[in-house]
Design a protein around this ligand. Sequence first.
Ligand code: DQA
Length: 144
Amino acid sequence: MKLLIINGPNLNMLGVREPEIYGKRDYAALCGFIRNCAEELGAECEIFQSNHEGEIVDKIQSALGKFDGIVINPAAYTHTSVAILDALKAVALPAVEVHISDVSAREPFRRISYAGMACVKTFAGYGFDGYRMAMELLAGGERK
Ligand code: DQA
C-alpha cells in the first residue's frame, strides 16, 4: 500500500500561522506524525507540500500507476480549485480529504469544497489525527 499525502498552501507555516486555529506544532511535526502512521499501518508514504496549484495538479497526475491512494489537504485551494478536483477525478485513485480545522464551523466560504467532491470521505476538525484517520481508511483499517 503506497499512499501519497498532499498538503496545499501555507501548511508549511504550521506552528507559526494562526496557532489558535491550527495548533502550535510545526510542519516537520506533521510529517513525522504522518510517517509514524504509515509505519503503524505497514504502508509506504510520500509527503508532498506546495503553495502552487499547478504543482499540486502535476503531483496528482503523476500518482497514477504509482500510488494506491491519496490523502489531500488542499488548504485554501479546497474552496477555489476546480483544477485540483478535475485532477483527482482524472486519476480516479481513492482519495480522502483532510482539514486540520473544522471548516464547517468557520467562514461560510470554507464550507464549499471542490476537491471533496472527488473524495470518498472528509475528516475535518481532528487536527493531525485526521491524517491518521484518512490513512487508516485507505489502508483498510489494517495495522501491522
Ligand atoms: C485548512 C482549512 C482551509 O480553509 C485553509 O485555507 C487552510 C487549512 C485546514 O487544514 O484546516 O489553509 O485546509
